[in-house]
Design a protein around this ligand. Structure first.
Ligand code: DAK
Length: 257
């Protein structure tokens, strides 16, 4: 598949999706949101791909929703709703996604990074939810995910002031897994993706699902869900292979079965 505002590079077992709308600072307009959803879903069902890196350019990851598109939007605007449908599709991707963030990750761009599973940042990364400056609030899960990631008080400060965090502040708050020099960003993110891609895919998929479940369920229900996933994995070929390989002191060959 080819895309207008995206580049998709497959290097099995990983793939890299790069936002490519530099003149608009990768503003997440309807067309780009649609392409992200389509590319991610295609990779999610691609048997050669086990982990995905999502990145932007050196200067900008994504500067948020496209303000030009939104300027005249009303709550009844079909395009606004459609955009959110594309956005929700990203949250349903079952393979691990690593965000590699350099430069600005603002508004819906910050929210998109927070929808990923791991965030690697360059030293120049800037995170923020400046929506209040436009008379709106974060609308793609930012108030919820940010509060869960950094706690109530810091989330309040970030959202209510609209001020940006630099990479080390974001790292200190737990929003970022690792900071690297900009020239090493992709190498680091891809290395992490490859490390995860070498693990048994079913276990990775269910581990991701179970961790995400923890944000939506009481502890008892979450533990119940985890246990069911655990039992399910006992029936997988990869579990047999992983445990046998350990006992036979050899490298396991995982097949995702
Ligand atoms: N949208 C459209 N164009 C943008 C843009 C954006 N978000 N950000 C930048 N641009 C454009 C600028 O207009 C400019 O275009 P030209 O004038 O060259 O034509 C070009 O990109 C370069 O930008 P600047 O000249 O401003 O570049 P600087 O380096 O000086 O500043 C900046 C970079 C990132 C600090 C600045 O551009 C900036 O503050 N950008 C806006 C950031 C922002 O406010 N982001 C939040 C957007 S609101 C929804 C749910 C969620 C959302 C929407 C709907 N529903 C539930 C329906 C999400 C909303 C948002 O994300």
């Amino acid at each position: 598949m080819s895309y207008e505002c995206l580049e998709v590079a497959k290097e099995p077992p990983i793939a890299t999706v790069t936002l490519n709308r530099p003149k608009q600072l990768n503003a997440l307009g309807l067309a780009l949101a649609k392409e992200i959803a389509e590319a991610m879903e295609a990779l999610d069902i691609d048997p050669e791909v086990r982990a995905i890196v999502l990145t932007g350019g050196e200067k900008v990851f994504a500067a948020g929703a496209d303000i030009k598109e939104m300027a005249e939007a009303t709550p009844f605007d079909e395009r606004v709703r459609t955009r959110m449908v594309f956005r929700d599709r990203l949250n349903r991707i079952s393979k691990p996604i690593i965000a590699a963030v350099s430069g600005y990750a603002l508004g819906a761009g910050c929210e998109m990074a927070m929808s990923c599973d791991i965030i690697v940042a360059s030293e120049t990364a800037r995170f923020g939810q400046p929506e209040v400056n436009l008379g709106i609030i974060p609308g793609s899960g930012g108030t919820q995910r940010l509060a869960r990631a950094v706690g109530k008080y810091r989330a309040m400060e970030i959202v209510l002031t609209g001020e940006f965090l630099n990479a080390s502040e974001a790292h200190r708050l737990g929003l970022v897994n690792k900071i690297v020099p900009v020239e090493l960003l992709l190498e680091e993110a891809k290395g992490l993706a490859k490390k995860i891609a070498a693990k048994p895919p079913l276990a990775i998929k269910l581990a991701k699902e179970a961790i995400l479940k923890s944000f939506n369920t009481p502890l008892d229900e979450g533990i119940d869900f985890e246990r069911k996933c655990f039992y399910l994995l006992l029936a997988s070929e990869d579990k047999q292979e992983g445990m046998r390989a350990f006992l036979e002191k050899r490298r396991a060959e995982f097949k995702g079965k």
